[in-house]
Design a protein around this ligand. Structure first.
Ligand SMILES: [Zn+2]
Ligand SMILES: [Zn+2]
Length: 630
């Protein structure tokens, strides 16, 4: 099934003179000036298609905001647009194809065979510096026959009794009923699964590659033989979802009335919150949550799902405080979804297991790190690198829990958590559980690149920065048999670094000390998240050395000098956390070598103070929350 045409392909077709009908569907909710935008600039030869008068009819509220046009009316529009039976038709808009998809769907529904969405729309056309025209364009009347029914549709009764998967294409906030900007009731059709169309697109508003879309829909429960139906607010963006499903190789039916019709029909039931099926038997647990970027923490309650067949319920004993928690809670990495309970260095005791769980039993001590799910199908997942899941891994807090109803995941500053057994780790016997918690993020973040670089006995490893990640880097590199040099800007950290096992300490602001280690190291882990100059550290690497960036600065860094890389065949790379199997391997390695984190325990009431101290760098080396104080 071909759904998309690239701007390059359309431009080539137009240049070759191949007959192509181009439709401009400039329309967006709240912007009545689509036609004016079209008159100002459009793809040469494009005819304007009007959402309100040509792509939809109008009727009673109970029929929805954009009912399908009558067949005869649509046939008249198709004639006006100049479409003949076998024409290649390309439709576009300037809104990530959300409006164009309605025209794409209707033309397919009318039985026309060669209909394409222009991937990336007008923005991609402009970005490619292709020519534009202005003013009205018209076509010779077309002769295509319109006969509705070539794609599946359902009505409200069909949606009410749908046996397969019913996807809700609106934003998650509208699905959950937290906001409702235009329809009379807030929430979703009972049993529907949240699947916002915005997640079908890249940052450039082109569709994600087919395999990523397949992973996304598979994670929502769509299989090749699943009956899928889609609705949205008024049947427009649902067509976008159907296009994305077709790109992924799935067929789906449209509910044209969508939420605007459903919510206007008295007696139709409404659900709010995350998917109700998933919430049955939910347990309420105490937690500490932030309500805004500046609120700090307050006692709260959150719901945990009833363990499913593959789930493990964990009574949390300890949770490490990671610098990512600070960035997330304070919306420093983009707007967070509040209320938010952070925490992804979780250690606790299994309290219940699902019927199909094989790897864990009640009473066992376990851990949960930064991931609680991933697509499980992409190459990265299949190779055990779930942190690089091509469909996007599901973080332990702050993201949509796709497989479990689409609610926002909540982390370890809470009494309990329920996690699929594939994402649960075994804490080895005899390990101090509180001091083991930071291994689940800081430990694996440093172990993974050392393992990837195959650091071993006799290698010389540099560690830049001596915070949470830095101190774990020193311990793990030493246990691997390396000689470790710590780079720090504070001369007073020398004793602390040596206490952790460092063989040498170099004050990076001292040119003579830096010169003395020039060309001597095999690998460097750079844990510093502040903006700094990498070149000074690259100079300390020997031939074939590698510098791996672990800290993520908020703004651009000074450029890397390629001459340094070239002259000694150096590599400059990055790495984030680790896969599930690798995390278990790291825990077992740390147990064998007696490694845990150096920690300071805090109570829940002291979280705000601990955050301030973390930001000030006043912690040796990790705070761990005692969850019994929640
Ligand atoms: Zn972390
Ligand atoms: Zn994956």
């Amino acid at each position: 099934m071909t759904v998309l045409m690239s701007v390059a392909a359309l431009s080539a077709r137009m240049n070759s003179g191949a007959r192509t009908v181009v439709l401009d569907v400039r329309w967006a909710l709240g912007d009545p000036h689509g036609h004016d935008h079209y008159l100002t600039a459009h793809i040469p030869g494009a005819v304007y298609a009007d959402m309100d008068t040509e792509l939809a009819a109008h009727g009673l509220p109970a029929e929805g905001r954009h009912p399908l046009p009558a067949e005869a009316d649509f046939a008249a529009s198709v004639r006006r647009w100049g479409i003949n039976a076998q024409d290649t038709v390309v439709v576009y808009d300037d809104a990530g194809s959300a409006a164009a998809a309605r025209a794409w769907w209707l033309l397919g529904y009318a039985g026309l065979p060669e209909i394409y969405l222009l991937d990336g729309g007008l923005a991609a056309w402009r970005a490619a510096s292709l020519p534009l025209s202005a003013g009205e364009e018209s076509a010779l009347p077309g002769e295509a026959v319109v006969r509705f029914g070539s794609k599946g549709t359902i009505d409200a009764d069909g949606a009410a009794s749908w046996e397969g998967i019913l996807l809700d294409a609106r934003a998650g906030e509208r699905y959950r009923g937290e906001v409702e900007p235009m329809d009379p009731r807030a929430g979703h059709i009972p049993g529907a699964v949240s699947a916002p169309t915005s997640e079908n697109l890249t940052a450039e508003k082109t569709f994600l590659p087919a395999e990523q879309l397949r992973a996304r829909f598979t994670a929502l429960g769509v299989e090749p033989d699943t009956a899928v139906a889609v609705y949205c607010g008024s049947g427009v963006t649902a067509a976008h979802q159907i296009a994305a499903l077709e790109i992924a190789g799935f067929k789906a039916a449209l509910y044209p009335g969508s939420w605007s019709a459903w919510s206007n029909q008295p007696g139709r039931p409404v659900e709010t919150g995350a998917n109700d099926d998933m919430l049955k038997g939910m347990t309420e647990v105490k937690a500490y949550a932030a309500n805004s970027a500046t609120s700090g923490f307050a006692p709260s309650t959150i719901k945990r799902r009833e363990p499913g067949a593959h789930d493990v319920e964990i009574s949390i004993e300890f949770c490490g405080l990671c610098h990512s928690d600070v960035h997330s809670i304070r919306s420093e990495w983009g707007p967070a979804k509040y209320p938010l309970v952070p925490g992804h260095e979780i250690v606790g005791i299994v309290s219940r297991v699902g019927d199909a769980v094989e790897g864990f039993s009640v009473g066992q001590r376990v851990g949960v790190g930064c991931l609680v799910d991933s697509c499980r199908e992409c190459d990265s997942c299949l190779e055990g690198f779930e942190q690089y899941c091509e469909g996007g891994n599901v973080g332990t807090y702050g993201v949509a829990d796709r497989r479990n109803g689409g609610g926002i995941t909540q982390g370890g500053y809470s009494q309990a958590i329920v996690v699929d057994e594939n994402y649960v780790l075994r804490i080895p016997e005899g390990m101090d559980p509180a001091a083991a918690a930071p291994l689940l993020c800081a430990g694996v973040t440093t172990y993974s690149p050392l393992s990837y670089l195959d650091v071993q006995e006799g290698d010389k490893v540099g560690v830049v920065g001596l915070g949470g990640l830095g101190h774990m880097s020193v311990k793990i590199a030493k246990a691997l048999g390396a000689t470790v040099t710590v780079f720090t800007t504070s001369p007073d950290k020398e004793v602390a670094a040596k206490d952790l096992g460092a063989d040498a300490v170099v004050v990076s602001t001292d040119a003579a000390q830096m010169e003395a280690v020039k060309g001597s190291l095999n690998a460097i882990l750079d844990t510093v998240a502040a903006v700094h100059d990498i070149n000074a550290y690259l100079r300390t690497l020997d031939r074939d050395g590698a510098l791996i960036q672990l800290g993520l600065p908020a703004t651009d860094m000074p450029p890397v000098d390629p001459g340094l890389l070239i002259r000694k065949r150096l590599a400059y790379g990055g790495s984030v956390i680790g896969g599930i199997a690798e995390t278990q391997e790291m825990l077992d390695f740390c147990a064998e070598h007696g490694i845990v984190s150096d920690i300071e325990m805090v109570t829940a009431a002291d979280l705000d103070n601990a955050y301030d101290r973390m930001v000030a760098g006043d912690v040796r080396y990790r705070f761990v929350l005692d969850n019994s104080t929640i």
